[in-house]
Write a protein that binds this ligand. Structure first.
Ligand code: MOS
Length: 728
């Protein structure tokens, strides 16, 4: 498809709103008579709440009410797929993790609510035996039949393989550390509940809220116009939102709750810690004979969240004998949830580290090992790929990086005091598409409005929807209004799984085409600009209808002439039978240079070259930005990020930006991202596959592999903090 706007770098259409402070994030909303909620977290991880001492807090200035187990509406539980945490707030007095809400203080100001929340005292019956980490217990966890995969005879193939490796990799729990913390503003108008929530899925959250409050779905509205990112922890509703809506209902006044960073980290989701055993068997030439990938992940005692660690492994490399297993172990922490490329970020990390170990064992170049096992079809299903150009990603990124100059001996490459390490890994993430609806309005002032009940979590969805309208209508971007983030709009997808682009744009296009049909009907009808013409002879060109004789009339004039404010079209789009005929995944490759200065124990990522094939990038600017952001996140995962839970009582120790170490500007390497343009027209008419998550897969493994190449030390407990590399 030859395009004018799609595939071209486009500044964010909402950039001006963000820069000028006009973008309305949840915390910015003010409504008349609004109160502020502030949750009180439990200070034990395991036991029962005995007594709440509320008198001091109640007497403090501005305090209106305090909600808790004995003082809260009766609600219904939602199903486990609808919410992040099934247990309702204040449901009973059992405490399952430090940070679980035991009360919500509501006051006239945020500061008053916060001060009073700190004055609430609680007595507990604390119980022994809190399980504080998967990584320090012998407990095995429950085997999940649903996660199991087996093909061939991996055990026999492993026993016969001339070269094998068998290692266990531990990854610490991580925090999303999204900029904008969880927040809710709940307002009841008559029997209608209106919720402003920083949400990655307004349509899903409005259904969950309706279920929990026993309301018809049309009585609940969820709004999320702007989101300061989420990375997965805003996909499904958390208890703070339910607590806030319940308080607002009982008080008959709107209540706004903004989680402080500490509570956001304790009880607003995390990537669960994992332990993975990888057993690989290969021939001397590198051909994989057997892959066994056995994982355990954590969840909380109040919600069975499964991070599917083995889901990419059966598809990534050609191998006849594969077995995947996963176990789930409950711990006394806040509930984990999806975090950017959930499951596969951890799973591919272990697999790509294990492959590097196998390459060392074989004395083979790690890139060559991956090429040797290239999967031409999806080995899991036997289906052809809708589009796969991973071989080009390997070739291009290796060339840009200079991989052919790599000396395979660890520690052999030096630059002054620094030892240079080079590592690589494969990236992979599914290319998903769901069904979606949208509405488009053509207006008499020549502008176009497109609306869809999905949302822009900072990734650039407003812009790509506007680009799609501009491409197909010829109307310029400045005359296009995009409305997202309202559950009352035509139903759109979660902003998760990197599926919005592939899912929403075809629906917007369908709605736009229906709006064009409505416009043509107006134009060819009585007194219309093209009265009596055959609508099929009219073409769309630069915001106008044009007939075969070259007569052109703009959309706006056509409508004005008929005294119509607008015409609109609704559209639906869904994947068809192609989903049974092809396997849809995106692939890419990361190459990383680290520098290790043993004299001063400094370890830095110096350079990253990535080639990520996402089909057609609708907006190469925001698409590249997504991969760059993923690389930054991968540096944190590889080297610094780790939620530290106190082994004595399960309390999160580093519950703030000072103690939980994320990479900062000074840590940034040179980042070179290539997005090869290989449109995937089997997935959708625009050839786009989505880009939010794939960049994070493989990057931390590539960094770890580079650290091995620099230092000769294989660290299998992530993050690779300095003390693990130092000779102490
Ligand atoms: Mo992503 S973890 O699906 O928001």
């Amino acid at each position: 498809m030859d395009t004018q706007v799609i595939g071209h770098r486009t500044p964010r259409v909402d950039g001006e709103f963000k820069l000028t402070g006009q973008a309305d994030y949840t915390v910015d909303w003010q409504v008349r008579d609004m109160l502020y909620g502030y949750p009180v977290p439990a200070s034990i991880a395991h036991g029962t709440l005995k007594t709440l001492h509320l008198d001091t807090a109640r007497a403090m200035p501005g305090v209106v009410d305090i909600f808790h187990h004995g003082h809260f509406p009766e609600l219904y539980r939602a199903s486990k797929s609808q919410v992040s945490e099934m247990r309702l707030p204040f449901e009973d007095e059992r405490i399952h993790y430090d940070g679980q809400y035991i009360a919500l203080v509501v006051a006239e100001s945020f500061e008053q609510a916060r001060a009073a929340a700190h004055a609430v005292q609680a007595d507990y019956d604390q119980e022994d035996g809190a399980r504080t980490s998967l990584l320090d217990t012998d407990k095995e966890g429950q085997l999940l039949e649903s996660e199991g995969v087996s093909r061939g005879d991996p055990e026999k193939a492993f026993d016969k393989a001339p070269v094998t490796i068998d290692h266990t990799y531990d990854i610490a729990a991580e925090s999303h550390m999204q900029m904008e913390m969880h927040a809710t503003l709940a307002e009841w108008r008559d029997e209608r509940l209106i919720v402003h929530e920083s949400s990655q899925g307004v349509v899903y959250q409005h259904k969950a809220m309706a279920r929990i409050f026993g309301l018809p779905e049309e009585s609940v509205e969820v709004v999320s116009h702007y989101i300061g990112s989420g990375f997965g922890n805003k996909l499904f509703m958390w208890p703070h939102a339910v607590a806030t809506a319940g308080a607002a209902q009982m008080l008959g006044r709107p209540v706004k709750t903004i989680l402080p960073r500490q509570q956001d980290m304790e009880s607003g989701g995390n990537r669960p810690a994992s332990r993975q055993r990888l057993r690989l068997g290969a021939k001397q030439d590198g051909t994989l004979l057997s892959i066994r990938h056995d994982s355990t992940t954590e969840t909380s005692f109040v919600h069975p969240y499964v991070d599917s660690l083995g889901s990419a492994t059966p598809s990534l490399y050609a191998c006849d004998n594969v077995a995947i297993s996963q176990r789930l172990l409950e711990v006394n922490h806040g509930t984990p949830c999806p975090m950017r490329a959930p499951g596969e970020t951890s799973g591919i990390h272990a697999l790509e580290t294990a492959l590097d170990e196998l390459a060392v064992e074989l004395g083979m170049d790690p890139l060559e090992l991956r090429r040797r096992n290239y999967a031409k079809n999806d080995p899991a299903s036997g289906l052809p790929w809708s589009s796969k150009h991973l071989d080009d990603c390997y070739t291009n990124a290796a060339k840009r990086f200079g991989w052919e100059k790599r000396n395979p001996t660890p520690g052999a490459m030096r630059d002054g005091d620094e030892i240079i390490g080079w590592g690589m890994a494969t990236a992979c993430w599914p290319a998903m598409r769901l069904s979606c609806s949208a509405r488009v309005e053509l207006r008499d002032d020549g502008s176009v409005m497109a609306a869809c009940g999905t949302q822009d979590i900072g990734t650039g969805t407003y812009t790509i929807v506007a680009q799609t309208v501009a491409e197909l209508s010829g109307v310029s971007l400045k005359d296009i209004e995009v409305r997202l983030g309202e559950s009352t709009l035509p139903a759109g997808p979660l902003s998760g799984g990197s599926m919005v682009t592939a899912t929403a744009l075809p629906a917007v296009a369908a709605a736009l085409r229906n709006a064009f049909d409505a416009l043509k009907k107006v134009a060819t009808g009585e007194n219309g600009a093209f009265e009596g013409s055959d609508p099929d002879n009219l073409e769309i060109e630069a915001g106008a209808l044009v007939d075969k004789q070259g007569k052109r009339v703009s959309f706006g004039e056509i409508l004005s002439q008929q005294k119509l404010g607008s015409v609109s079209g609704e559209g639906q789009a869904a994947p068809g039978d192609e989903k049974n005929q092809y396997s849809f995944r995106s692939f890419g490759a990361h190459f990383v240079e680290v520098r290790w200065d043993p004299g001063i124990s400094r370890l830095r990522v110096a350079r990253v070259v990535s080639s990520i094939d996402i089909g057609r990038a609708i907006n190469p600017s925001t698409a590249r930005n997504q991969v760059e952001g993923s690389i930054v996140m991968g540096i944190g995962m590889a080297l610094t990020e780790k939620l530290d839970y106190d082994p004595r009582d399960g309390r999160l120790i580093n519950n703030n930006y000072a103690d939980y170490i994320v990479p900062c500007h000074a840590d940034m390497p040179e980042i070179d991202v290539e997005l090869p343009d290989n449109p995937d027209y089997i997935l959708n008419e625009f050839g786009a596959r989505g880009v939010g998550e794939i960049g994070l897969t493989g990057i931390a493994a590539a960094i770890g592999n580079a650290v091995y190449h620099a230092t000769g030390k294989r660290i299998r407990e992530f993050p690779i903090t300095l003390e693990k590399v130092m000779d102490i």
